[in-house]
Design a protein around this ligand. Structure first.
Ligand code: S3P
Length: 170
């Protein structure tokens, strides 16, 4: 087990938790969206606009296939766990945590975000439907589900850190 992947819906806290977990476990941290943006020299909305969503989805799979062979923490994009190949790539190369937040918590965090094309093009009801339709895939992707509601970032990070150490046999 080399990598730690954080999966879950937009706004579930993958990046915030990933950054803190990186300090806690003293492991490097990468945000998949940022890496893709850097490689492409375009923002996520620009990639969606210029090449379409399917193209972006292929970039995500390419990232999982080719990213450096290093023990690190990776915050994935909210759509990554939808593809069977992506789930397999993550589960084979590391430990996957599903960060499970309620739709109410998530919606407050994402509703005004201009950098998320899916939020921009969807109504609240559509986002809620997407949230429920994706849960099954996050569950399938994750080795461990982490309920985030009512917990501080610190508690969540300590819980994940504890699980990582336990599974590494430390
Ligand atoms: C997406 C989530 C985003 C980003 C893109 C598509 C999705 O990542 O990859 O806008 O399909 O849920 P975050 O989960 O970090 O917002």
């Amino acid at each position: 087990m080399r990598k730690i992947y954080l999966v879950g819906f937009m706004g579930c806290g993958k990046s915030a938790i990933g950054r803190r977990l990186s300090y806690f476990l003293k492991m490097p941290y990468y945000d998949m969206d940022h890496e893709i943006v850097r490689q492409q020299g375009m923002t996520i909305p620009e990639i969606f606009e210029k090449y379409g969503e399917a193209y972006f989805r292929n970039l995500e799979t390419e990232f999982l296939r080719n990213f450096r062979d290093e023990a690190c923490i990776i915050a994935t994009g909210g759509g990554v766990a939808m593809k069977e190949e992506n789930r397999r790539l993550m589960r084979r190369s590391g430990l996957v945590f599903f960060l499970d937040a309620t739709f109410e918590d998530i919606y407050v965090r994402i509703k005004n975000d201009k950098n998320r094309p899916i939020v921009q093009r969807s109504t609240k009801t559509e986002l809620e439907q997407l949230y429920y339709s994706r849960r099954k895939f996050y569950r399938e992707a994750g080795h461990i589900r982490v309920l985030t509601g009512g917990r501080t970032l610190r508690q969540i990070v300590e819980y994940i850190g504890f699980q990582v150490r336990r599974l590494k046999g430390e």
